[in-house]
Design a binder for this molecule. Structure first.
Ligand SMILES: Cc1cc2nc3c(=O)[nH]c(=O)nc-3n(C[C@H](O)[C@H](O)[C@H](O)COP(=O)(O)O)c2cc1C
Length: 189
């Protein structure tokens, strides 16, 4: 089951925008972040969620999508995320968040997959822009934005070819292909 969830938990960047995500679902996902491992159990992460159209649009305007697809300007209106979880670091607890946000993000994305949602971890953020539109207090460092929705694209895992290219690509049918290194390459024996 976990294997299935991990395989299905791909990065999706096009969604059925009209399919809403309810606030309670985002709340449940944040609870998975809450229960995740934390360095020295400091638990410095805080979250802001959004599932409301206007707020979603303000968040979307501050994100950058798919660096390996420079000809694509990101999801068009109608294919944008229906909800977001913003992962923040509370600097009054610590100045250094280690890998806590990565671990929490994965818990949340797996939980979203289990709910039939999909999404993308986004670190390319116009942080000052996002801070402004959401009036985020300076005590919080903006760490990640998790974009969520009902996926509208197919993502296929491919082996990394002999040339070693790890860049994802889209084919003529807009299917997204993501190369993954072989187990024999990454498991050092
Ligand atoms: C820490 C982190 C930051 C990421 N930031 C972005 C981003 O800013 N924009 C984006 O489109 N994808 C982003 N991604 C998604 C990666 O591009 C994606 O994980 C990678 O292409 C592999 O695809 P997969 O998630 O389906 O395995 C990020 C992923 C991680 C883990």
């Amino acid at each position: 089951m976990l294997n299935d969830l991990v395989v299905r938990n791909r990065s999706y960047r096009r969604f059925y925008q009209e399919v809403p995500i309810v606030y309670e679902a985002l709340r449940e996902l944040v609870d998975l972040g809450r229960l995740s491992a934390s360095g020295a159990n400091r638990q410095p992460l805080k979250y802001i969620v959004s599932c409301e159209r206007e707020r979603n649009a303000q968040i979307f305007a501050n994100l950058k999508w798919a660096g390996y697809l420079p000809e694509w300007g990101g999801p068009e209106e109608g294919e944008r995320p229906a909800g977001y979880v913003m992962v923040l670091g509370d600097t009054t607890i610590t100045q250094s968040f280690g890998i806590d946000h990565g671990i929490a993000a994965q818990s949340i994305m797996l939980g979203a997959t289990e709910k039939g949602l999909g999404g993308c971890i986004v670190a390319s953020i116009n942080k000052e822009g996002l801070r402004q539109v959401l009036a985020i207090d300076p005590r919080y460092e903006i760490l990640l934005v998790l974009a969520l929705g009902k996926p509208k694209e197919t993502v296929v895992i491919e082996p990394v070819g002999p040339e070693g290219d790890i860049k994802y690509w889209r084919d003529g049918e807009q299917v997204h292909h993501v190369p993954k290194r072989a187990l024999a390459e990454i498991l050092i024996e």
